[in-house]
Design a protein around this ligand. Structure first.
Ligand SMILES: NC(=O)C1=CN([C@@H]2O[C@H](COP(=O)(O)OP(=O)(O)OC[C@H]3O[C@@H](n4cnc5c(N)ncnc54)[C@H](OP(=O)(O)O)[C@@H]3O)[C@@H](O)[C@H]2O)C=CC1
Ligand SMILES: O=C(O)CCC(=O)C(=O)O
Length: 488
């Protein structure tokens, strides 16, 4: 039976109007904690809706560019204030739509506000440099120019932070945007777009369109009026985005998977390492591209570390993220839930030992949700699939090694390179790790997840296209440099 609770029909936002899709069809968004409950409906858009969104962003390009960076920054301050006023409502919607705990949702929404204020501040920061010319009578300088219409395609795991860390810099540097959120978190995304709409952006500057990724997302990346695309999500879709963008010669940015390692050396503070591993692996139900998924432990402390890790993991409370005291919410969807369960079965078949967790939770309040106990596999070999493939769920693979050299070799033995961490008290180990690890985020005595909005974010190898997001790095992606030479 489907229960409709606090349902909302979200429309597309095109050329500053909330409009229904031409299809007259909507898609339901379900609560993963209570699978019969619909959180809201979003538009099942068509290629023609998408075309209108892009045309409107295209028409708005010149006006928005000419408004100037300082005024564009002022709009973002307004959006930040509006979002702050709706923090509780948006956080609750996020928890109901994709399952992370209310505490996590509030933290993420607050982060969105801070990101908006950071990029609002860019409004009055420099947009170029003066460079001495070899001609003493000339003035030479650089000026940043926007790219034009940017397509923003986002996943469901950070429904506020990821859209905002893409849209805010795109806008402040003078681009117009067509935003296509993940269908599984599109009701939350609509609420974020409402804040941009209420801030009074000029017509067509930000357009929001929902619908199937394979239809709307694909049309977006293939549209001839698109000037750049930024994407976070799976590797399979990311490859398609890169291919389409390369064929048309437009700029693209991809953030994809991770299989993030944490190394624990023999002199590490075990209690601290356990705390960091649990938070990195199981917060957000392990559904972060920066989540800890491989823990590589030096042999001499392996048993002591695992004992403490298992003890602490077994204390984790799993349930509906709206309930106070629940530490870990459900998997975000039935599809994620099934993927996690399949990997747990695969791990057992591959010969790893399931030390704790991995079981579906049933009974009473858990009956209706996609709940699984956080799982730890011991005896994992580097070439097993559970040590190589991104699971995107609350599953740790433990690998035992003899020394730091072997630990780094095992850590690098994956196609991914997003985040990596080491717990150690040995400064030489720290220096060695910084130099030798293949990862975009290198963390010492800190969990693998933990992204700061003012610093570059992105990975190596198959994790990313290389163009970093956030902080000042965003400017590199969302602008092109003009070198100007003036002679009187
Ligand atoms: N790096 C990360 O942060 C993330 C990684 N993942 C990984 O990906 C796996 C699958 O998750 P999933 O949500 O399916 O990720 P996807 O890559 O399918 O979805 C990400 C975004 O891309 C859209 N999309 C889907 N197909 C296309 C297409 N052909 N062209 C353009 N856009 C498209 C989706 O729309 P729609 O939602 O409508 O399908 C969504 O907005 C996870 O299990 C995880 O391993 C997932 C999310 C985030
Ligand atoms: O760890 C974070 O805060 C962000 C991670 C991320 O970008 C992702 O999971 O997609």
């Amino acid at each position: 039976m489907k229960t409709l609770s606090k349902e909302k029909i979200c429309k597309n936002y095109i050329n500053n109007e909330w409009v229904a899709s031409e299809s007259q069809e909507t898609i339901e968004s379900f609560d993963p904690a209570r699978k019969g409950t619909i959180v809201g409906y979003v538009q099942d858009s068509t290629a023609s809706d998408l075309d209108k969104a892009i045309q409107s962003a295209h028409l708005a390009k010149k006006t928005w560019r000419k408004i100037g960076q300082a005024e564009r920054g002022q709009f973002l301050y307004k959006v930040a204030n509006l979002l702050e006023g709706k923090l509780d409502e948006i956080a609750e919607t996020m928890t109901r739509e994709m399952g992370k705990t209310l505490h996590e949702s509030k933290g993420e929404t607050s982060r969105g506000i801070a990101i908006l204020r950071y990029y609002a501040g860019e409004g009055i920061r420099k947009e170029g440099d003066v460079i001495p010319s070899s001609d003493k009578d000339a003035l030479m300088f650089t000026k940043r120019a926007p790219l034009g219409v940017v397509g923003v395609i986002t996943p469901w795991n950070f429904p506020a932070a990821i859209p905002i860390w893409k849209i805010a810099p795109a806008l402040v540097y003078g681009n117009t945007v067509v935003f296509k959120p993940a269908t599984e978190a599109a009701v939350t995304a609509a609420k974020i777009v409402e804040c941009f709409a209420e801030a009074g952006l000029p017509d067509g500057v930000l357009n929001f369109i929902t619908g199937s990724g394979s239809v709307i997302g694909q049309e977006l990346i293939d549209h001839p009026l698109l000037n750049a695309v930024t994407f976070t999500g799976s590797e399979a879709v990311g490859e398609g985005v890169a291919k389409a963008a390369t064929e048309r010669g437009i700029k693209f940015q991809l953030e994809m998977g991770g299989k993030n390692p944490v190394i624990i050396t023999k002199d590490a503070d075990i209690a601290r390492a356990v705390e960091g591993v649990i938070s990195g692996a199981f917060r957000s139900t392990g559904q972060k591209c920066t989540a800890t998924s491989r823990v590589i432990v030096e042999s001499s402390i392996y048993d002591a570390f695992v004992k403490k890790l298992v003890e602490e993991t077994e204390k984790i409370t799993v349930g509906n993220g709206l309930i106070e005291g629940v530490w870990m919410g459900p998997c975000a969807s039935e599809r994620q839930f099934n993927t996690v369960r399949e990997y747990i079965e695969l791990g057992k078949k591959e010969g790893a030992a399931l030390i704790t967790g991995g079981k579906t939770i049933t009974g009473e309040e858990h009956e209706e949700g996609f709940y699984v106990r956080p799982a730890i596999f011991g005896g994992v070999k580097p070439d097993m699939k559970i040590a190589q493939e991104e699971i995107f769920g609350p599953v740790i693979a433990l690998l035992r090694v003899n020394d730091l050299e072997e630990a780094i070799k095992v850590a690098n033995d994956t196609r991914y390179g997003l985040s990596a961490s080491i717990y150690t008290s040995n400064i030489s180990a720290v220096l060695e790790f910084i130099d030798e690890i293949d990862a975009g985020l290198v963390r010492i005595n800190a969990e693998s997840a933990g992204v700061e909005l003012q610093a570059p974010f992105g990975g190596m190898k198959a994790s990313s296209s290389g163009a970093r997001e956030q902080g000042q790095a965003a400017k590199e992606f969302y602008t092109a440099i003009k070198t100007i030479f003036i002679k009187g």
